[in-house]
Design a protein around this ligand. Structure first.
Ligand code: PXP
Length: 238
């Protein structure tokens, strides 16, 4: 399984002081050197962590394989078409939320999203829909012509160790299986950490996990390089 490290919270820490440390570019470089497949960064409408400069610099200076998370707005589409990241993950966004709370509702905005992703796909960007592990959302994502879905693992992560863990896990398993039948490549992420991530190995064919908060938190104690290597050890143990 591949690993995308979400480095938003390196920018959160930097922005806490409004200066330049810690460097987002340096962090991305350490993650890639430690074995991460790509760097994930969410350019939010309110620019609370990653800013435009980070996105351009990750792509143009570091030349890294960049997975740009973004809301389906024309402001973000314009930036993505300028930056031309390796991938764009379309997420729902709500100004008040602390983090991305649920999956994108593709079913209710199929036509709008199909039109939205077309220029991105035409530009050669791999596009994924960040959705809950729900059959209707998977089918709708397939209908709009994207190649990828990212399954929201938040409910599983919150249920981990509780009585509904297996139930939440089964939704992910079934969702991945349907997505594969429809020819979609399956990524997953949100809330995954060193305790709960091992069960992703039980789901056949997950391409990539996108993990942020737990890796950056662990890095405070063991360093970013070790934090990335430790999680890679877990997800590559099958
Ligand atoms: N995937 C997506 C689409 C996200 O929005 C986020 C959070 O920004 C993540 C993965 C990573 O979540 P976490 O920080 O909980 O690992």
């Amino acid at each position: 399984m591949l690993l995308g490290v979400n480095i938003d919270h390196i920018a959160t820490l930097r922005n806490a002081r409004g200066e330049s440390e810690p460097s987002v570019i340096e962090a991305a470089k350490i993650c890639l050197d430690a074995g991460a497949n790509c760097i994930t960064a969410h350019l939010r409408e309110d620019r609370r962590h990653i800013c435009d400069y980070d996105i351009f610099s990750l792509k143009n200076d570091l030349k890294c394989k960049l997975n740009m998370e973004m809301a389906a707005t024309y402001e973000m589409q314009k930036i993505a078409l300028e930056v031309l990241p390796y991938a764009c993950c379309i997420v729902p966004e709500n100004r008040q939320e602390v983090t991305t709370e649920g999956g994108l509702d593709v079913v209710s905005q199929k036509d709008k999203l199909a039109a939205f992703v077309k220029p991105l796909l035409d530009a050669g960007i791999k596009v994924s829909m960040f959705i809950d592990p729900d059959k209707k959302q998977i089918t709708a994502s397939s209908d709009i012509g994207v190649e990828y879905v990212e399954l929201h693992t938040g409910s599983y992560s919150r249920a981990f160790g509780k009585k509904n863990e297996d139930e939440e896990f089964s939704y992910l398993k079934q969702a991945a299986s349907l997505a594969h039948i429809l020819g979609l490549t399956v990524n997953a992420g949100h809330g995954l950490n060193y305790s709960n991530v091992h069960r992703m190995n039980e789901i056949q064919g997950i391409n990539e996990l996108n993990i942020g908060h737990s890796i950056i938190s662990r890095a405070v104690f063991v360093g970013l390089d070790n934090a990335v290597k430790e999680i890679l050890n877990i997800i590559n143990k099958s």
